[in-house]
Design a protein around this ligand. Structure first.
Ligand code: DAH
Length: 353
């Protein structure tokens, strides 16, 4: 509005238009626009007030009063409309459904029980200062057998047990090959664990699968002894299964350790009395272990006269079965969500940990 245009009639027309527009505005955005248009800092009425100075002095008070009057009126209408519109927003149609009905729950899944058990085992060994090492599933015969001191004619090299890709390449039957691979690339002292998948040409039954999981441990330094092995293995078993569980070492044979042992723990089903879990022996075999054979050190490029070490290996599936009372190893890979969901935190249709 220019200075010359300010007169009573123009103002009254402006008022009418504004009142009509405010009445028609139906949402907060529109109301706000009108406030800016008429009442804002650069709105029509504010500009009118400012231009009063250009009128003859005698007309100024009356015109000023009129503008203020219109301003007051429009402000009142604006506030009332705003309140009306806001009130409508705040009070929608009553909800027709049942307020108490629980919302739909979407399953987010959870970790596979073997992933969890593996993490728990790793966690315990990390606390003891072990670090993680990994090796390939498709392995050379050299690392899986030869460098682990398996004689050429050892029965586990038989194609009955091993999936061969060709004469030199196979699917690893154990995680032990990671020992030699790691020692080749790293100098002692070292302390590693190595979890992973292993493969054997087994006929599947409740305790055998062609694909399962192991975790390997290796500790090499000067003067590592059988007592150190016993200490770390016992610490693991106590941390994982409980502090009072008895542990025993039984002499055994593995080509890559000397002496070798199988480690048993007291049966948690019967506490050593003898039950169906432990086949009435009171003990459960939990891992193989031993002092690293000098030949393995030689294959790895270490001097067996200056270092000693221990190694151990256990089946992760078996440990999970023992811990959770699972009756069939084949369940782990069957992808039945009713089975897997039992190990997710909360309900199986619920939320992941
Ligand atoms: N690799 C062995 C197996 O699959 C388990 C094992 C035994 C690993 C003794 C070791 C060990 O490191 O020292 O039966």
């Amino acid at each position: 509005m220019n200075n010359k245009g300010i007169d009573r009639q123009t103002l009254e027309e402006l008022e009418q238009t504004a009142v009509r527009e405010l009445g028609e505005a139906s949402d907060i955005g529109a109301i706000e626009e009108l406030r800016v248009k008429y009442l804002g800092r650069k709105g029509s009425l504010t500009l009118s007030l400012r231009s009063i100075g250009s009128l003859p002095a005698g007309e100024r008070p009356a015109m000023g009063n009129l503008i203020n009057e219109i301003k007051g009126k429009l402000s009142g209408i604006y506030s009332a409309r705003l309140e009306e519109i806001s009130a409508n927003i705040g009070d929608p149609e009553p909800f027709p459904g049942d307020h108490a009905l629980p919302g739909r729950v979407f399953s987010q899944g959870g970790l596979h029980v073997l992933t969890r058990v593996t993490r728990d085992i790793k966690e315990i060994f990390f606390r003891m200062g072990y670090s993680l090492a990994e090796g390939p599933d498709v392995e050379l015969d050299y690392y899986n057998f030869e460098a682990l001191n398996f004689p050429e004619d050892h029965p586990s090299r038989d194609s009955q047990d091993t999936f061969y890709v060709n004469r030199d390449i196979l699917l690893r039957t154990q995680t032990s090959p990671v020992q030699v691979r790691y020692m080749e690339k790293n100098d002692p002292p070292l302390r590693i664990i190595s979890p992973g998948r292993v493969y054997r040409n087994e006929t599947p039954d409740p305790s055998h699968a062609a694909e399962f999981h192991q975790i390997e441990g290796l500790y090499v330094d000067r003067n590592v002894s059988l007592a150190d092995l016993r200490n770390d293995v016992t610490f693991f078993i106590h941390s994982f299964f409980g502090p009072d569980v008895k542990v025993r070492f039984r002499p055994h044979f593995f080509p890559f350790t000397e002496p070798s042992a199988e480690v048993d723990m007291e049966c948690f089903g019967c506490r050593g009395e003898g039950c169906s879990i432990c086949q009435k022996t009171g003990w459960i075999e939990i891992m193989g272990a031993g002092m690293v054979h000098p030949n393995v050190f030689k294959y790895a490029g270490y001097d067996p006269d200056s270092v000693t070490g221990f190694a151990f290996g256990m089946g992760i599936d078996r440990i999970a079965m023992l811990k959770y009372g699972i009756d069939d190893i084949r369940r782990f890979l069957a992808n039945d969500i009713r089975f897997l969901g039992q190990f997710w935190s909360g309900s199986w249709a619920g939320v992941q940990d």
